[in-house]
Design a protein around this ligand. Structure first.
Ligand code: FAD
Length: 324
């Protein structure tokens, strides 16, 4: 058996993030084509027992480090463990989510292993036995296909929501391999971890996002978008202009210096469509724009555009969607 395709598990409070299943499903196909095994790496506190779920989505083996010290993500501990495991087992490829922690640990581990890293990928395929990744460049203006033929392991971070997760196979088991990890000299987390209690889906994982920009005119008017989001079971996002104005916290920002999202449906309200905003959402499958300026740049990427005042259009949309 060759060395394996690895997927780094994204989980929080014992709940595996959807992107992990997307990576496992894509990794399964690659592993089958190469005749290799598919392994997941599962780190955290109280995570033992999650291996079954990873098996149902295609993992053959799960390396688990379950430790008190891993309750919260820390760069040092997660890097030590993943890099040491990779040095020992020499996988062919390591796939991680393009999330805050995925990006962080991927860069550190790639540096430790002296290998290449392809970031922010939107697709992955096997071409002539080689892993080829698709990634937007120049804030999404161009798309490149890239491979690292000499690198081992090949490492890549892949955006949530761009790969399809296959249906789980109930009862399909993975071999659980508990390992002792070097959590190292963990720097103390001196700030309390602030958890946002929200019934809405997480922005990067959401299938539908309702986003607001400067056209919203004030923080109180986000309630309008939140009502629409509630009807659709959507997450709420914001442009940088709205965030800089203090109407929403930075965790809501979509774009080059915010979050990259790829939902099935992105509804942009009062957002002009600056290149830096498009960089974070142009890979959405369907874009709907509401803007009173018919020349707004957002209409160039929108699949459906509504030229109108969002304060008229959004309540109408909400009422119509409620009827469905
Ligand atoms: P505006 O450009 O002011 O657009 C407001 C829109 O609302 C207009 O099109 C207007 O016609 C419309 N409007 C107004 N009133 C109404 C109404 N009643 N009904 C309907 N439509 C209405 N931006 C991001 O979003 N994310 C980023 O991550 C990001 N990173 C950046 C990084 C750098 C290095 C730089 C230089 C900039 C970055 N920006 C980013 C900022 C970006 O360039 C734009 O300034 C910003 O996206 C504009 O936000 P906006 O579309 O909400 O505001």
């Amino acid at each position: 058996m060759a060395k394996g395709i690895w997927v780094f598990t994204e989980q929080r409070d014992g709940e595996i993030k959807k992107v992990t299943y997307e990576l496992l499903s894509a990794g399964r196909k690659v592993a089958d084509s190469l005749g290799e095994e598919l392994c997941a790496v599962l780190l955290g506190k109280g995570v033992s027992g999650l291996e079954g779920k990873l098996g149902e989505y295609g993992a053959d083996k799960v390396y688990t480090v379950d430790s008190e010290a891993l309750e919260n993500y820390t760069t040092d501990a997660y890097t030590n463990i993943l890099a040491d495991l990779a040095k020992e087992h020499q996988p062919t490829a390591i796939l991680l989510a393009c999330s805050a922690s995925g990006r962080d640990v991927a860069a550190q581990v790639a540096q430790r292993l002296g290998t290449g890293l392809m970031t922010d990928c939107t697709d992955m395929a096997l071409e002539d036995g080689q892993l080829v990744f698709t990634r937007p460049v120049y804030a999404g203006k161009a798309i490149v296909k890239a491979a690292c033929p000499e690198a081992r392991p090949v490492m890549a971070t892949i955006r949530p929501n761009v790969l399809a997760a296959d249906a789980p196979q109930a009862g399909r088991a993975a071999q659980a391999v508990p390992v002792g990890g070097n959590t190292g000299d963990i720097r103390q987390v001196i700030k309390d971890i602030v958890k946002q209690i929200s019934t809405r889906p997480e922005l990067t994982e959401a299938d539908i996002i309702v986003s607001g920009g400067r056209g919203i005119k004030g923080p109180e008017n986000f309630a309008l978008l939140e009502e629409l989001a509630d009807v659709l079971g959507a997450a709420v996002g914001a442009s940088r202009a709205a965030v800089d104005a203090g109407w929403k916290s930075h965790s809501f920002q979509v774009g080059q210096t915010g979050k990259t999202v790829s939902p099935v449906l992105y509804i942009a309200c009062g957002i002009s469509g600056a290149i830096q905003h498009l960089a974070g959402m142009s890979s959405s499958k369907c874009i709907v724009a509401v803007n009173k300026d018919p020349e707004a740049n957002i209409f160039k990427v929108a699949d459906y555009g509504i030229v109108g005042d969002l304060f008229d259009v959004v309540p109408l949309l909400k009422e119509e969607l409620k009827k469905l």
